[in-house]
Design a binder for this molecule. Structure first.
Ligand SMILES: [Zn+2]
Length: 409
């Protein structure tokens, strides 16, 4: 990377100082505050830090933190990689990520879906990875079509290589204006937000992962990469068994798209795949923690599509603790609970906690799923016999549980 101008150097150095202060005073991991300070001192800092690097931006409703981590692991095969490993996915987090590794020739940045056009414009990233779009919470419903439209505008007319999941109609619509697209078929278990054609509003006909509009020309593009159960099929029709350490179908989908991204960087599957297998947990997700002889596996679910993924990963033979909050990042409205089919938990011992445990309790009651209400997470854990337990929590509930274990996970 070329030398930054003096003002940008100063801004980036002061940003790092602020980040250190934030960390040592216990106010967080510092990745956002440092970037904010830097951006105030030099609004053009992100553009300058991004210059002369090979960047990939990763965006989706679900799985972007994990996929960012997987792509980072792959590209480390080629050289140093700057990345926002803590999931700080807005411009201040990107500044912090790139400033903390100025020499790295590669950058992998997780980007909040709403910020993608702005970050793309500023960083001039050459590769964009798009996976899925669904509503995050009920109070944000209806926004995702507008979001996809903004992606279309941001990608049009630029020299960008997009790698996108063509099984998601809205992602396809959002990605298809890019000059080059690699289509990956990695599934769409959550279909509730895409029964209508984004192009004309007509009904979408579906057959397996394939889909087409009944009323206009819009249909699924032909994929060149496929997720096929526990394996990925590459463009040469070679089948690669994934054998990941991360559990579940959603992570196999993330890995499939990460392998397609690696190839854009000239990294073949045989070199990228071993790197994917090295990733064992991502920001505490999928981690096993121990407490008084119980092994708790922590699963994060931020929205209805995420709950579906977490249920798929969880082990039906184990008791399960569910924790739901409704603070700002979770969405204040818990009506999304009614979009999740909890009947899959029938027959398992279910323990309900979190600040909005009563909302969840009502939902389970209506679904006919027996459960036990617990005042606190500790109380829920105390109810467990020694052995393995699954825990699913939404965003702030998950962070509270992580904090209880000292964020060591
Ligand atoms: Zn249509």
């Amino acid at each position: 990377m070329t030398q930054l101008p003096l003002r940008a150097q100063l801004a980036s150095a002061l940003g790092r100082t602020a980040a250190t202060l934030s960390r040592v005073t216990g106010r967080g991991d510092g990745s956002v505050i440092g970037g904010r300070v830097g951006l105030i001192l030099e609004p053009d800092l992100l553009r300058k830090l991004a210059a002369d690097r090979k960047l990939v931006l990763v965006s989706a409703t679900n799985g972007k933190t994990t996929t960012t981590r997987l792509i980072t692991s792959e590209l480390q095969e080629l050289g140093e990689v700057a990345t926002n490993a803590f999931g700080a996915n807005m411009p201040a987090g990107h500044v912090s990520a790139l400033a903390s590794n100025k020499q790295a020739p590669f950058g992998v940045l997780e980007v909040d879906e709403k910020y993608l056009p702005e970050v793309l414009e500023t960083t001039q990233a050459g590769v964009v990875c798009l996976m899925n779009l669904s509503r995050d919470q009920m109070d944000r419903a209806g926004e995702i079509w507008l979001l996809a439209q903004k992606w279309r505008r941001a990608l049009a007319g630029k020299d960008i290589h997009v790698v996108a999941n063509c099984d998601d109609p809205l992602v396809t619509w959002g990605a298809m204006t890019a000059s080059t697209v690699t289509w990956v078929s990695c599934g769409q278990p959550w279909k509730e937000d895409s029964w209508c054609c984004p192009e004309c509003g007509g009904p979408l006909d579906r057959k397996g992962d394939d889909w087409a509009c009944r009323e206009c020309h819009f249909r699924r593009p032909e994929p060149t990469w496929f997720l096929d159960d526990d394996a990925v099929i590459d463009p040469r029709r070679q089948r690669w068994v994934l054998d990941l350490r991360l559990p579940g179908r959603a992570n196999r989908a993330n890995a499939a798209i990460a392998l397609a991204v690696a190839e854009v960087f000239g990294l073949p599957v045989e070199r990228a795949l071993p790197r994917l297998r090295e990733v064992t947990s991502v920001a505490g997700r999928y981690t096993m923690v121990e407490r008084d002889g119980r092994s708790l596996r922590l699963l994060l679910a931020k929205n209805p599509a995420g709950w579906l993924e977490a249920f798929e990963v969880s082990d039906p033979s184990l008791p399960i603790v569910l924790s739901v909050n409704a603070q700002g990042p979770d969405g204040r409205d818990t009506s999304w609970l009614w979009d999740v089919d909890f009947r899959i938990l029938s027959g398992r011992p279910v323990y309900v906690t979190g600040e909005r445990r009563l909302d969840l309790a009502l939902r389970l009651d209506v679904a006919g799923v027996p459960f036990q209400l617990c005042e606190t997470f500790d109380a829920a854990v105390a109810q467990q016999r020694p052995g393995r337990v699954d825990v699913i929590a939404n965003y702030t509930a998950f962070q509270q549980i992580r904090a209880e274990f000292g964020r060591a996970v």
